[in-house]
Design a protein around this ligand. Structure first.
Ligand code: GLU
Length: 374
């Protein structure tokens, strides 16, 4: 079994844990380490790959700036500390990537934003837009508003959701461990690091245990949860040691790490999900030209839509029907039914004038579409 190669990845999400970024004794950001990591990121970026950073550290930095006493923080205190720390955190990333002439954009997400369909699509579009502009999104949980019931609490799972949402083909979890061991390496001299995990079995889950260091919330358990989310979504994931300088270069050079692999890719896995939805919410009847274009693998534009059937929201699955009524495919509607009615048959250029906001040019994007008989 061979491990994936970075050269094959077009879009890479890198998650950085608090304990790597913030020196726990001094409560300060590790500038030299961040600079070295950003050199690695810049190398990926300049080789043409899209990079997304998911960075923890807001609470840890905030509590140090505010000089809060050691010990557990109450939820409101964590939220306040995050508000203070996030500014410093974002500025550090912007400066460190700025040294490589890379622009950054801050994105703060709640659990709700990644689970609720409309918010999910909006967040996905913002990420995509930043990447199109060749800016690097720096993502964190919106800790200042996320209450206990609706928060991730750990950035491992958040990073996995962000990676699948952005259709990243690789997720790197930089951590204070170098991978998954068959047993806790601190206490068991026979513990072996697994270089590759092709399937997350009950045995693998049992190896994860529950340990976490003081600053990182995750521990191995949330990393396995992240691996499940990532691999189901078609994203390869790697856990690697971030305590060294240039940790990404180290993985590329063959350093120890654990890969969680998946035979699928993000677009294929989304298409599989779309194909499996049991109750599409409506249908778009398209003209002959659009039916041909769809069969050729193109997106469906509003101009090719003759009729809109059903009540659906943006992001719902709708059927695509040819003039003779045949189902040619199905896909995620980029507009809700009422908006679709208004722009049906019209040029994509007119969308903004008709709806009052500029949505995407496609009614159903080809990456969000499956064809019947495929
Ligand atoms: N979002 C939290 C922060 O930035 C960290 C969560 C985690 O460490 O996984 O402080």
């Amino acid at each position: 079994m061979t491990t994936p190669s970075f050269r094959d990845f077009r879009r890479i999400t890198i998650k950085v844990g608090s304990s790597l970024l913030v020196d726990s004794a001094q409560g300060k950001l590790k500038q030299d380490w961040l600079a070295a990591l950003c050199a690695d990121i810049a190398a990926l970026h300049h080789s043409g790959a899209d990079v997304i950073v998911v960075s923890s550290g807001a609470i840890a930095l905030g509590r140090s700036i505010l000089k809060l006493p050691k010990g557990a923080l109450k939820l409101e205190e964590s939220q306040g500390a995050a508000a203070v720390g996030q500014i410093a955190l974002a500025k550090s990333w912007a400066d460190a990537l700025g040294d490589h002439s890379i622009t950054t954009g801050q994105i703060l997400l709640t659990l709700w934003d990644t689970e609720e369909r409309r918010n999910y699509l909006n967040a996905r579009e913002t990420l995509t837009r930043l990447l199109e502009w060749r800016a690097i999104p720096v993502v964190n949980e919106n800790d200042t508003v996320a209450t206990s019931e609706i928060r991730y609490g750990d950035n491992d799972r958040l990073a996995a959701r962000v990676a699948t949402m952005a259709s990243a083909d690789c997720l790197v979890l930089l951590s204070d461990v170098d991978g998954l061991y068959t047993a806790p390496p601190q206490s068991d001299p026979n513990a072996i690091l697994l270089p590759i995990v092709p399937r997350i079995t009950a045995e693998i889950e049992a190896m994860a245990g529950g340990a976490a260091s003081e600053l990182s919330r995750g521990g191995m358990r949330t990393k396995i949860e992240a691996a499940k989310i990532a691999t189901l979504g078609g994203t390869q994931m790697v856990i690697a040691d971030g305590r060294v300088m240039n940790p990404i270069k180290r993985i590329i050079d063959g350093g120890r790490c654990t890969w969680f692999t998946t035979p699928t890719n993000p677009v294929a896995s989304r298409k599989k999900w779309i194909a499996g939805v049991l109750e599409p919410k409506g249908a778009l009847h398209v003209d002959d030209g659009a039916a041909r274009a769809i069969r050729d693998g193109k997106s469906l534009l509003p101009a090719g839509v003759k009729n809109v059937e059903g009540t659906f929201e943006r992001g719902d699955v709708v059927l695509l029907r040819a003039p003779d009524g045949e189902e040619i495919g199905r896909g995620l509607a980029a507009y809700d039914a009422a908006e679709a009615q208004m722009i049906a048959g019209r040029s994509s250029r007119d969308i903004e004038a008709i709806l009052g906001f500029a949505g995407g040019a496609a009614m159903v994007h080809r990456d969000d579409m499956t064809l019947s008989g495929h």
